[in-house]
Design a protein around this ligand. Structure first.
Ligand code: ADP
Ligand code: GLC
Length: 491
């Protein structure tokens, strides 16, 4: 099949979170199954700086309200892997900026305009280049207009070829809500601006457009696909999702074990693997030095790499840190995001430098080193569509401690010392006490090396490689095109 990925970030080009991991790896896994992939990304400043070998393949003019905005379509000359072409949409006024969406914790005020342009530019490019597409696969609010356009202004692109669209919800918490004054920029008729379609409390809700118009919807874990039908997780869109529940699937993300595996990870040394774990101890010592904590190898180290946003459970964590004396362990946080969370974490680290370290920033190398060097990985998320770090942690023998939501619930099972089954620690109520009690349980088990090794080994043996997810996406695409294949089970 010819599959077009429209996405606002992808490894190895530009990344702020897990969306980039997915958009960097799922196309590869699909291409390995014999499909033809085309990836479209904005040409951000960060990408321009990479000096990639690029070809200018087309110049386009994109209607944006009353304006006609020029754009350039660039193609990467050397494909990253066989079967995948990568195109960048260049429009320097929109994308030649220091950040993808805005400085940490902020949004560029014209993000609506930027991504309306991006969606339309992709479809203009498809027409200009005569690309054959069977499946348009859009992701999150930034590309949610694509399915809308395919049923309206660009209907010709889908009707002739029978192309269909899949919209993947990576995070319902970000909906791309815009003042209704910018609606005319979309070029859509005002009849689309209704309660059933793109209007949301008198504003323009781009994500909602994707939910209403895409032929099929999915989210990045089975549990999240059910949770978002309820008000607690639906962010106000649960009604729309309930209407589409028969078209809504859940497919868990995967892990790229070419880089997220301590046996081969290019960012850590020494390497280690199950059965040869001495390297992990060295990684821990190095990490403790790097983050300025005392090098006490016997004391458990609890780590976390995260965007610093409320979604990730920082209200619970900050309260937990207020009772730091209760826990015989050290904490290391790496992250960037909301200023208030950055400040409060920095305050806690300053008050207790023997036990708490916080590095404010985005650092991929250090993220890998943290996965290798920590003993426990913390993810007490309020909600978590999938979450990748818990799956990375498993492979590193770093035991995940998670809240039982979304993909965390689907990938982690609570360890039962009596049976020796389970790969992590899991709790449900969103309370500091539940988190603290689970941490105490984990720290107690850490003092029982045989059980700890068992638990660690269970995690290291788990396999969440992309191949399994790619197979499910392939089945979903086939189902959408009504091609023979094994049906994807509704979860
Ligand atoms: P989300 O997409 O909600 O941020 P995920 O768990 O799906 O959460 O993915 C987060 C990804 O971003 C992981 O690959 C993680 O290692 C990476 N990441 C997040 N914050 C940082 C940071 N400060 N430095 C390096 N990598 C980070
Ligand atoms: C989102 C979610 C995260 C998920 C990622 C990739 O950013 O917050 O849970 O893993 O997208 O799908």
């Amino acid at each position: 099949m010819n599959i077009l990925f429209a996405v606002s970030e992808a490894e190895p080009y530009a990344k702020t979170g897990g969306l980039a991991d997915v958009a960097g790896n799922l196309p590869r896994a699909l291409a390995e199954r014999g499909h033809h992939l085309t990836l479209f990304l904005p040409f951000y400043q960060e990408i321009r700086r990479q000096d990639l070998a690029l070809d200018e393949v087309s110049r386009i003019t994109v209607p944006l309200g009353t304006e006609a905005v020029p754009g350039v379509v660039l193609e990467k000359i050397e494909p990253d892997f066989p079967g995948c072409r990568t195109f960048f949409i260049r429009q320097d006024d929109f994308f030649d900026r220091p950040h993808l969406y805005g400085p940490p914790g902020e949004e560029y005020p014209d993000n609506g305009r930027r991504f309306i342009f991006f969606c339309r530019a992709i479809l203009e490019a498809v027409g200009r280049l005569g690309l054959e597409v069977d499946i348009y696969h859009a992701h999150d609010w930034q590309t949610a207009l694509l399915p809308v356009y395919l049923k309206t202004l660009y209907r010709n692109l889908s009707t002739a070829s029978g192309a269909v669209s899949l919209f993947t919800i990576h995070n319902l918490g970000y909906q791309g809500i815009q003042e209704k004054e910018i609606f005319p920029l979309t070029g859509l008729d005002w009849s689309e601006f209704t309660y059933e379609k793109l209007e949301y409390y008198d504003q323009l809700n781009l994500l909602k457009g994707g939910l209403v118009y895409a032929d099929t919807l999915n989210t990045v874990s089975p549990t999240y696909s059910r949770e978002i039908l309820e008000p607690e997780f639906g962010f106000g869109l649960e009604g729309v999702l309930q209407q589409r529940r028969n078209d809504l699937f859940g497919i868990l993300n995967g892990v790229d074990y070419n880089v997220w595996d301590p046996a081969v990870d290019p960012y850590i040394s020494p390497h280690y693997r199950i059965g040869r774990m001495s390297g992990k101890k060295r990684c821990k010592e190095k990490l403790l030095r790097a983050c300025g904590l005392p090098v006490m190898n016997a004391r458990p180290l609890v780590g976390m790499v995260s965007r610093l946003v409320n979604q990730k459970g920082f209200d619970l964590i900050l309260e937990l840190l207020d009772a730091i004396d209760r826990f015989d362990c050290a904490f290391f946080f790496l992250g960037t995001g909301e200023k208030e969370i950055e400040k409060r974490l920095a305050d806690r680290a300053r008050a207790c430098p023997e036990k708490i370290s916080f590095i404010c920033g985005y650092d991929n190398r250090l993220a890998h080193q943290l996965e290798a060097g920590a003993d426990i990985f913390l993810m007490p998320s309020a909600y978590e569509p999938c979450g990748l770090n818990q799956m990375y942690s498993l492979r590193y023998g770093t035991v995940p401690l998670v809240r039982a939501v979304g993909g965390l619930n689907d990938s982690i099972t609570d360890f039962n010392p009596a049976t020796g089954r389970g790969n992590g620690f899991k709790f449900s109520p969103y309370t500091t006490e539940a988190l603290a009690a689970t941490l105490e349980r984990a720290l107690a088990l850490y003092r029982k090396p045989r059980l700890w090794w068992k638990l660690r080994g269970n995690g290291m043996r788990c396999d969440f490689s992309w191949a399994a997810s790619a197979r499910q996406y392939e089945e979903l695409y086939r189902q959408m095109k009504s091609l023979p294949g094994r049906p994807v089970e509704k979860q």
